[in-house]
Design a protein around this ligand. Structure first.
Ligand code: MG
Ligand code: ZN
Length: 438
């Protein structure tokens, strides 16, 4: 707070010609509208994920346990329940609608209310205010979370309609996002319609490989980058293991050229997928990419104090529990995701006896024979056996393979960060952000 006192003082005196009385300096008073807003969503990132990540990244050679970016930037908690018709447990569509519009809705809804009427999103209002806008994800760019910031649809699974609306649905004649990075050739390049070509004709730069990111023209304000058919590879399988960070840096470098500022939505999409899969190694890999991205944003906000960063999760996934004697060291040396190991063993391109090279540790005879028994039963059995082995080594527990209703953390840095302190509902985060675009 103190850091921004001089800013408030100068603005207030400039507008009113007098010094504001000190009693107006309550923590919930907005100091001014931020020039730039960065909202980060860890999909499925319940509090157990950020705690597990703290111990996963702990340097055991030091006496203390190092703080993470999540520890540094924690400001509050948020409830995530959807509209009454959908009970207490939300999904990415309803939760992203809450964050993007401030409105509670039913599970599966993309920026429409319970009556299926469109509600204004953060990116739409940002466009009306002359801001540059962007979405950066590790899923397909028309997946539920980014979609609820972009367009309006009754059902999250209507991928072709949602993708079409990324081009067709405009605000004051403008596209909703200037920068779109993630996966999604599948619905963008269909037999009946090629949205990539349409965006190129409309003036967007298009790249289909992450290696092209450093070579894009940063003074051309429009960029579409699609790097996979649907979601990007898991961090453990991707040679660009820092893919969220790379995309984020490129997006900000373009968006910050707009003199009226920007609004950027960044999603660590696959934390949720690792949670659904009860895959702790993959979860930690995704957390690392998300945390590194958040650290970069933390530094950006320090250098640009007129910027606000808010980060949260849309809901919890997987019911992760950090078991007694948790041992993250067994999760640190994987060179391939358990899913790809399973696939390659079933295909015959990886011998079961060589799995230790991918896991990063030697197996006991008992562990190896458990896997050997599962192998002939096929992909699912072997996959479960490999995940169980990692859970046993690390002593990781899972209560479910779906979402659960626990509250999630809220992290913030920069201008107005105190607006998100304490307990709040996820819709209140959306409402606060929209207010800052008034
Ligand atoms: Mg998502
Ligand atoms: Zn999910």
């Amino acid at each position: 707070m103190y850091k921004f006192f001089p800013v408030l003082f100068l603005l207030s005196t400039a507008f009113s010609g007098c010094t504001p009385p000190p009693e107006t300096l309550t923590p919930k008073t907005p100091l001014s509208n931020p020039k730039n807003i960065i909202i980060m969503i860890g999909d499925g990132m319940g509090p157990a994920f950020t705690t597990a990540y703290r111990y996963y990244q702990d340097d055991q050679s030091t006496g203390k346990i190092e703080l993470t970016v999540f520890d540094r930037l924690l400001v509050g908690m948020a409830s995530t329940y959807p509209a009454r018709v959908s009970g207490y447990v939300t999904d990415s569509a309803a939760a992203a609608t809450a964050l993007a519009t401030g409105v509670k809705t039913y599970r599966g809804a993309i920026a429409v209310d319970v009556d299926k009427q469109p509600v204004e999103t953060l990116l739409e209002r940002a466009k009306k205010r002359g801001k540059a806008t962007g979405i950066v994800v590790t899923s397909h760019i028309y997946h539920a979370t980014p979609a609820a910031f972009m367009v309006h649809n009754e059902r999250r699974g209507n991928y072709s309609e949602i993708a079409d609306d990324y081009f067709d649905d405009r605000v004051d004649g403008q596209f909703k996002a200037d920068v779109m990075l993630g996966g999604g050739w599948k619905s963008f390049m269909r037999e009946d319609r090629n949205l990539v070509n349409e965006f190129i004709e409309a003036g967007y730069q298009y790249i289909d490989s992450m290696s092209q990111l450093p070579n894009v023209n940063y003074s051309n304000r429009k960029l579409l980058g699609l790097f996979a058919d649907t979601g990007l590879k898991a961090t453990l399988d991707d040679k660009n293991s820092d893919r969220l960070l790379k995309q984020t840096v490129a997006a900000v470098r373009i968006l910050e050229n707009n003199e009226n500022g920007f609004v950027l939505m960044i999603e660590g999409s696959q934390i949720d997928w690792a949670g659904h899969g009860n895959d702790i190694a993959r979860a930690m890999g995704e957390m690392e990419d998300f945390a590194n991205t958040m650290e970069w944003v933390e530094q950006y906000v320090k250098q640009h104090p007129d910027t606000l960063m808010v980060a949260t999760a849309d809901h919890k996934t997987g019911g992760l529990a950090i078991g007694y004697h948790w041992q993250p060291k067994w999760l640190k040396n994987l060179t391939m995701s358990p899913e790809y190991m399973t696939r390659d063993i079933i295909k015959g391109t990886l011998a079961l006896k060589d799995i230790h090279a991918k896991l990063g540790f030697e197996l006991t005879e008992e562990e190896l024979s458990t896997l050997a028994l599962a192998q002939p039963q096929g992909f699912e059995s072997l996959g479960i056996a490999i995940l169980s082995l990692l859970d046993q080594r690390s002593n990781t527990k899972w209560a479910s393979t779906s979402h659960s209703a626990g509250d999630v953390q809220v992290f913030s840095a920069g201008l107005n960060k105190s607006r998100f302190s304490g307990h709040q509902d996820n819709t209140e985060i959306g409402i606060e952000l929209l207010k800052m675009l008034n």
